[in-house]
Design a protein. Structure first.
Length: 354
């Protein structure tokens, strides 16, 4: 099947153009078998993490009780859980990278076939005055566009399952906290769940705010890199002898553009790191602090405090999937857009001229 058959009509967004071209790989049984393996692996990994959360409670309760036999038993349980988690992680790496490799091979082969057909590569260099850099889009952008969706999908499934599993734990362990309001004391059940949702919403809003220009910055950086490679390749493949004094300034300008775009990208990553790293440091501490009142009152044990704190981190981490993956999502959107533009260009070359 030719790639042209998968191209939609003109006017659709470039990212949708990419999806409609690339989804042909999903028509085969291999893609769904690998996806099923990844989903099963995620479910089992979440089950192991769920069991580890209860192990955390039991181990610290044994420490609090100074029960040597129970501590030794929990150490043995930990070895089993750790071995299971490692085996599942290794299997997940194989399944994920195999999926990415096969999908990239499928898409790249069709991009190359369409690009070479009827010598389109000779006409696709400029369309509507825009340099297309097909070489970069076929090699680098096609790789990024097929790598990221699998990682993001697996991570999203893991986050949804983790949120569902650990919200229940958080609700049950957190108990009731007494809050004084206008001289009255009100008991708030499952208060850790509400606090976790609020905290995740604040960090997500902060990430969306500081990273709202990330996609545009990455797109400009990728375009600058592609232009730089294009200029260097053009100089390297000249067939005429003699000096070309214009090459130096052209190369210098392309290089300066690349460095400027990387400076912009650095600023974006600094702002995103400010949010993500702060979240990494504060989330476990906030969970412990919120559990402290009930522990001081003797309503929960030390093991339950550590269990609740670990569940708080797991739930807010699941809710903050966008925070953790925003840079990767922006990178994917940029690459998928660029591949979609190339597909649109190749389709445009086939349309009869009026």
């Amino acid at each position: 099947m030719s790639l042209d058959a998968t191209l939609p009509h003109a006017g659709r967004p470039a990212v949708r153009r990419f999806w409609q071209a690339a989804r042909g790989f999903w028509h085969g049984a291999t893609a769904w078998a690998l996806l099923a393996l990844l989903v099963v692996g995620v479910v089992l990994q979440v089950a192991v993490q769920y069991r580890l959360n209860f192990w955390n409670r039991d181990f610290f309760n044994a420490l609090e009780a100074r029960d040597g036999a129970q501590i030794w038993h929990q150490a043995q349980v930990l070895l089993t859980l750790a071995a299971s988690s490692v085996a599942l992680a290794v299997t997940a790496v194989w399944g994920r990278m195999t999926f990415q490799r096969l999908w990239r091979d499928w898409l790249t082969s069709r991009l190359i076939s369409s690009w070479l057909a009827e010598q389109r590569y000779q006409r696709a260099g400029f369309v509507k005055g825009q340099r297309q850099n097909a070489e970069y889009r076929i090699t680098e952008d096609a790789r990024l566009a097929t790598d990221a969706p699998i990682d993001l999908l697996v991570g999203l499934i893991n986050s949804l399952l983790s949120a569902g599993a650990f919200v229940v734990v958080l609700w049950n362990v957190s108990g009731v906290i007494d809050v004084s309001f206008w001289g009255q004391t009100i008991g708030v059940p499952g208060y850790l769940v509400g606090a976790c949702v609020l905290y995740a919403a604040l960090t997500t809003a902060a990430m969306m705010g500081v990273g709202r220009y990330m996609v545009d910055v990455i797109e400009r950086k990728n375009q600058a890199e592609a232009d730089f490679k294009y200029v260097v390749a053009r100089v390297n493949t000249r067939t005429t002898l003699g000096p070309h004094v214009e090459d130096g300034p052209i190369l210098a300008a392309a290089q300066e553009n690349v460095i400027d775009q990387w400076k912009r990208l650095c600023g974006q990553h600094m702002r995103i790191t400010l949010v993500s790293h702060s979240n990494t440091l504060l989330a476990p501490i906030i969970g412990l602090i919120l559990c402290a009142p009930n522990y001081v009152l003797g309503r929960v044990s030390l093991g339950e405090v550590t269990q609740a704190a670990a569940a708080f981190v797991a739930v807010q981490g699941a809710f903050n999937w966008l925070v953790d993956n925003y840079p990767r999502l922006a990178e994917w959107m940029s690459s998928a857009h660029r591949v979609g533009v190339l597909l649109d260009t190749l389709d445009m070359l086939d349309r009869p001229k009026d």
